[in-house]
Design a protein around this ligand. Structure first.
Ligand code: NAP
Ligand code: COA
Length: 282
């Protein structure tokens, strides 16, 4: 599998779109969030990334510096308010007030609710939901106003219920409503808050955990209206739109970047119709 941020296609946006801007990406050291950080840096932003694993933070910062912008990496856990507060203050001191904040740290594992411990449920709620509150609450003091754009990385579990995903659905549904609530509260200050719900994104930890075999991944591709998974760069381009002046009146919106998967339309009758065609019946 290729890394989620790989992709050689040229950007559809004007070069230097984010020149002079500063972005902070919580959970920005791997997968989709790192892909977003790459797209923002490529568009000219100074970028800070934050996550728990120091080696991963260092590697991500090194890779992001290839775009030629100032990049800072901070180590910490979104569950610890003091840690994210310190990192955001340090990022503001090093890079200037924050124009873009992405909240993408998340935890996921498959476990039916009947076997999930209290602490297992809490771990995911704390990373995804409390963590997103921590990131935005601590960032609030450091935002460029008017003009800041906050982007929450949600998941299809926020509106769809799946086996073994009660903890993730509860957390991501909360994340969507937190996004909308902050959009309502902070809009007057010129701070926009939007979300992105990615579909299955190739080469990511999320897909490795939920679709661990090639056979399962093939059924996922088959079930997607576009017949494939997405790339991290495709999610990054949605983030770039949301934080660009082109989205200056877009606030409190959850954008799906999932090939239409949330519609569920490819799942039900395609196989039946194909069987019907093959049999020559109507
Ligand atoms: P990933 O590669 O595991 O990325 C998660 C990132 O968050 C890592 O950088 C991780 O780094 C960091 N992180 C995890 N827990 C943290 C914590 N407590 N504090 C600070 N940082 C933390 O996952 P991914 O699959 O790309 O998913 C990224 C986002 O997209 C998530 O919000 C996920 O829900 C969403 N999403 C993914 C998919 C998909 O297809 N993969 C689909 C829909 C939605 P450390 O380990 O160093 O902390
Ligand atoms: N099934 C059931 N319960 C699990 C589990 C699993 N696969 N993995 C962890 N848990 C439970 C643990 O048993 C523990 O509960 P307990 O104290 O009652 O035993 C609780 O969850 C916390 O586990 P711990 O390993 O201490 O958590 P952590 O804070 O170190 O890590 C996780 C958080 C569990 C979410 C870990 O998977 C993680 O860091 N994920 C980040 C990457 C990721 O998930 N990426 C995909 C994003 S879509």
């Amino acid at each position: 599998m290729s890394p989620a941020h790989s992709g050689s296609e040229p950007t559809t946006f004007a070069s230097g779109l984010l020149a002079g801007k500063t972005a902070f990406v919580a959970g920005g050291t791997s997968g989709i969030n790192l892909a977003i950080a790459h797209v923002l840096a490529e568009a000219g932003a100074r970028v800070a990334v934050f996550s728990r694993n120091a080696e991963r933070v260092a590697q991500a910062a090194t890779a992001l510096r290839a775009h030629g912008r100032q990049v800072e990496g901070y180590v910490g856990d979104v569950r610890e308010y003091a840690a994210i507060e310190r990192a955001l203050a340090a990022a503001r001191a090093a890079l200037g007030t924050l124009d873009i904040v992405v909240s993408g740290a998340a935890g996921n594992f498959i476990c039916p609710a009947s076997q999930l411990s209290s602490n297992g449920f809490k771990a995911v709620m704390d990373i995804d939901l409390l963590g997103t509150f921590h990131v935005y609450r601590a960032a609030y003091e450091h935002l460029t106003r008017p003009g800041a754009s906050l982007i929450t990385i949600g998941a299809p579990q926020s509106t769809e219920a799946y086996f073994g995903q009660a903890h993730v659905s509860a957390a991501k549904a909360g994340v969507d409503m937190l996004t909308r609530s902050l959009a309502v509260e902070w809009g007057r200050e010129g701070i926009r808050v939007n979300g992105i719900v990615p579909g299955p994104i190739e080469g990511t930890e999320g897909v490795t955990r939920l679709a661990p075999t090639p056979e399962i991944r093939a059924t996922w591709e088959q079930a997607n209206p576009m017949g494939r998974m997405g790339t991290g760069r495709e999610v990054g381009n949605v983030a770039l739109f949301l934080c660009s002046p082109a989205a200056s009146y877009v606030n409190g919106t959850i954008v799906y970047c999932d090939g239409g998967q949330v519609l569920g339309g490819a799942r039900d009758y395609r196989a039946a119709w194909e069987a019907q065609q093959a049999a020559g019946s109507r």
